[in-house]
Ligand binder design. Structure first.
Ligand SMILES: NC(=O)c1ccc[n+]([C@@H]2O[C@H](COP(=O)([O-])OP(=O)(O)OC[C@H]3O[C@@H](n4cnc5c(N)ncnc54)[C@H](OP(=O)(O)O)[C@@H]3O)[C@@H](O)[C@H]2O)c1
Length: 310
């Protein structure tokens, strides 16, 4: 099979599409014939060697790329409960695997996979797992109750867009920050109030909620500049590795590292089928054109995901 890998951690131009053996599922695993696999900012980070900060390079000469996948189960290991032929979505949540989802086949733990939604095609379905799970796990970590307020930065992006939709679904009041030209998009996703990213964020938010918001999903990774909009002893979900922002004013800062599990993937599939969350595809690329997709994502401004179709 063909698989996209990074052997030199030097950005998209150093990526290689290799020929390699089709991987075999072990006990508790399934093999997916990949129909579609989204390109996400973490893939750019891995290709550029940012995984080095996690100490992952030792002994590794190859990093697989790709976290999100949709496809069809094609083989199962002993003890796996999903039937071959089942359309699924899944998440490859380990950073340092030599082969991941940007490939023709991928092996995942059965718990990292759930039957795909019936109402969207597999290209759209491949955009759900990474970003909707991250948004869900960030909101869960904030432990907010209905009618409390949440600020979501980067609200037009993958994580931020799902955070807006999920927060509305959970009955929260949503203030969303994004570029002025994204106001309509973010309001369609369900934001109650919009703040342009060109404005002083905390001043603009505190005009709406003078004491500050109860929680923050900082999908644009603005750090303290966004935390300033949170009330004393509120919550701040930080979605990047490395050092976390300070816990100023008793604010609980939670560092989110997305993790796959069947129960939450299934919940997200059901929410997709119910129309509570939506899928957005900006464009599709053949696997052999992956570098062009990576470079387009790196330029910024993409709305919806770029998806590789092997
Ligand atoms: N920790 C985890 O487990 C985890 C999981 C998934 C993602 N992440 C991280 O979460 C972050 C967001 O991922 P994503 O997939 O949502 O990225 P994305 O789709 O590129 O969205 C980020 C959004 O933020 C916007 N933005 C940039 N600066 C902003 C500002 N000052 N104010 C408001 N919006 C701003 C971007 O606009 P432009 O495109 O115009 O710049 C873009 O719309 C990334 O850093 C990613 O690596 C972490």
């Amino acid at each position: 099979m063909r698989a996209l890998v990074a052997r030199r951690l030097d950005g998209p131009d150093a990526l290689e599409l290799i020929e390699t053996a089709v991987p075999e599922p072990a006990a508790g695993q399934v093999r997916i014939k990949v129909a579609a696999t989204a390109v996400n900012p973490v893939d750019l980070a891995v290709s550029a060697g940012k995984v080095v900060q996690f100490g992952l390079t030792g002994g590794r000469d190859q990093f697989g790329l790709g976290w999100d996948v949709a496809g069809t189960i094609d083989s199962i290991g002993p003890g796996s409960d999903l039937e071959p032929g089942t359309p699924v979505i899944g998440l490859a949540d380990l950073l340092g695997r030599p082969l991941k989802t940007h490939a023709e086949y991928v092996v995942l733990d059965a718990d990292a996979v759930a039957p795909a939604p019936h109402n969207v095609d597999l290209t759209h379905a491949s955009t759900i797992a990474l970003n909707a799970l991250t948004a869900l796990q960030a909101l869960e970590a904030l432990q907010l109750s209905q009618q409390q307020t949440v600020l979501i930065t980067g609200a037009a992006g993958g994580v931020g867009g799902y955070a807006v939709e999920l927060a509305k679904h959970f009955g929260l009041t949503v203030i969303a920050s994004a570029a002025a030209e994204d106001e309509d998009l973010v309001q369609r996703l369900g934001a109650d109030r919009f703040v342009s990213r060109a404005d002083d964020l905390s001043a603009a938010v505190r005009k709406i909620v003078p004491a500050g918001v109860d929680g923050l999903v900082d999908a644009a990774v603005l750090g303290v500049a966004a935390q300033e909009a949170v009330r004393n002893q509120g919550g701040h979900a930080h979605v990047q590795g490395g050092p976390t922002p300070p816990h100023l004013r008793g604010i609980r800062v939670v560092q989110i590292f997305v993790h796959a599990n069947r129960a939450e993937l299934t919940e997200l599939v059901q929410l997709t089928e119910a129309g509570a969350i939506s899928t957005r595809v900006a464009d599709t690329y053949a696997l052999e054109d992956a570098v062009a997709a990576y470079k387009r994502l790196a330029k910024g401004g993409v709305r919806g995901r770029l998806v590789l179709v092997p």
